[in-house]
Design a protein around this ligand. Structure first.
Ligand code: ADP
Ligand code: LRH
Length: 485
């Protein structure tokens, strides 16, 4: 008899949710139990996550599940990648949890690669260079704190530890540290030595689907929680999102669209060719022996910041509508430029770039949104073509999942610019991937393909066929986007 009460905790950089999944009449049903905001804040000049708040939100969600009638369930957690928590000998947290956008890692890759070249690190790990990867964060982390750290846990591993007292390093997320060796399938000893760290500071790797343990009795009693068994999901949110892509057959790519845009393909083996390295493609580990060959692109972070700076005066749906009504391709920004990584004011950073590059300066919220979405569509175009060149595989369609799948304007624009069919949805693919691992662990479904078939049957997917674009205009836009740097 299967449990049939599966709870997913999915925490992205901009929001988190606790969702209850059940299998009924051959379909998967979701009930949102709790949703909460997330974001980093500045504390004593450092950008940090509020980890205690996030843990509290998980407890609140579990309490609410109990109120709604869930007495017994399994639970999986996924969050954004790379960030970590240090624990002392007593198992207590040391210091704050740095957010990956903290500028402390500016220049860190260059300094680290004086000791070991990027090529050597890439041959070992197959992971793209992002200045905020855990490898670089640990390289610049305070030495004394690192020496005092008995355990180094990524964020979901820490949340598991708080919930059920178990120390484990979940593999999909651990791969984003840029410290796992894909050939030995463990933390790489040269990289640990370079950082002055011991293998024992990282728990043993566990794969998605492993049963970690029951939620601690004291938490259950004190907070009135259901009896929950924690299953290790694919704890990297992008790993869960890609599991949740409702694709069939071959020749499909995905765009996981949230705070980041992750464009790539699923593979059975890493691709660490010279070209893949030069173009900075990553091979993040997926569930059930898969790899995600992808690249990070600046995503909805741009519009999130612009919206926040306008005091949340407009919803995301309104901003998309306002963009649709604004003049097209008036000004473009190089979305992936580091100036947009964490500027003091995004709106000013965008306007400043337009001014410096002699383009009209977007004034209204609609003009800013249009500039962002036009630029994102052109960035997708560059990278989908590059992805096909690096893999030598032609894509027939792109599946957009995550919150960005709700942005019909950007989906249609991207289909037009790419000249490729786009299938948008489900929005909650990450939650679905998280639940899929629990259902596979429970024996309720067999494998990834069955999970994807179930998701396709259970949730609507919206198709955007490409509309013909004037080829002269498209060539001009591509050239202009390339010239921005
Ligand atoms: P993350 O997991 O990184 O926090 P999500 O996958 O939750 O991100 O996606 C959040 C983003 O989805 C928002 O920043 C917004 O840009 C987009 N979004 C959500 N709902 C809508 C909507 N109704 N219309 C347009 N965009 C939307
Ligand atoms: C998306 C994501 C992405 C990482 C970034 C830190 O939420 O996990 O895959 O590169 O956040």
């Amino acid at each position: 008899m299967h449990m049939n009460h599966y709870l997913a905790v999915d925490i992205g950089a901009s929001s988190g949710r606790v969702i209850w999944g059940t299998l009924r009449e051959g379909a998967l049903r979701l009930q949102e139990i709790h949703r909460f905001g997330n974001g980093f804040h500045e504390k004593d000049g450092k950008f940090c996550w509020d980890i205690e708040y996030l843990f509290g939100q998980i407890l609140t969600g579990l309490q609410m599940a109990k109120t709604l009638g869930v007495d017994e369930c399994t639970l999986g957690i996924d969050t954004w990648a790379v960030d970590y928590v240090l624990l002392n000998r007593k198992g207590e947290r040391i210091g704050e949890v740095f957010a990956y956008r903290d500028p402390r890692t500016n220049g860190a890759p260059e300094r680290l690669h004086r000791h070991l070249s990027f090529q050597e690190v890439y041959e070992k790990t197959g992971i793209q260079q992002l200045s905020f990867n855990t490898l670089y964060q640990l390289f610049v982390h305070d030495r004394e704190e690192l020496e005092a750290a008995k355990h180094i846990l990524l964020v979901p591993d820490y949340l598991h530890y708080r919930l059920c007292g178990v120390l484990a390093s979940e593999a999909t997320n651990a791969s984003t540290t840029q410290m796992l060796n894909w050939q030995t399938q463990d933390y790489d000893s040269d990289l640990l030595a370079l950082l002055g760290l011991q293998r024992s500071q990282f728990p043993d790797l566990v794969r998605p689907g492993v049963r970690l343990g029951a939620v601690l009795g004291e938490l259950v009693r004190e907070h009135g929680l259901p009896r929950c068994e924690v299953i290790s999901a694919a704890t990297h949110d992008t790993a869960s999102a890609v599991l949740g892509v409702p694709a069939q057959g071959t020749s499909w790519g995905y765009l996981s669209s949230g705070t980041w845009s992750l464009i790539g393909v699923e593979r059975e083996h890493p691709l660490t060719s010279r070209l893949a390295m030069e173009r900075n493609y990553t091979n993040e580990w997926g569930a059930f022996g898969t790899y995600r060959f992808l690249k990070n692109m600046m995503g909805m972070w741009l519009i999130q910041q612009v919206r926040k700076e306008a005091d949340d005066a407009y919803s995301f749906a309104e901003l998309a509508e306002m963009a649709a009504a604004a003049e097209p391709f008036r000004s473009l920004i190089p979305c992936n430029d580091s100036r947009f990584m964490n500027p003091p004011k995004m709106t000013e950073a965008i306007r400043g770039f337009c001014r410096e590059s002699g383009q009209p300066v977007p004034a209204t919220a609609g003009e800013l949104a249009r500039c962002i979405f036009d630029s994102m569509a052109l960035s997708y175009d560059v990278y989908v073509r590059e992805l096909q060149e690096v893999t030598g595989e032609r894509l027939k369609q792109l599946h957009v999942v995550g919150g960005g799948a709700n942005n019909g304007f950007l989906c249609q624009l991207s289909a037009d610019v790419l000249g490729m069919a786009i299938y948008a949805g489900p929005t909650e693919a990450t939650v679905l991937g998280n639940l899929a691992v629990q259902m596979i662990a429970d024996g309720a479904i067999r494998d990834i393909q069955e999970a994807r078939d179930l998701i396709r049957r259970s949730f609507p997917v919206r198709a955007y066929a490409p509309r013909p674009m004037d080829s002269g205009l498209l060539a001009e836009l591509r050239a202009k986007y390339r010239s921005l740097g």
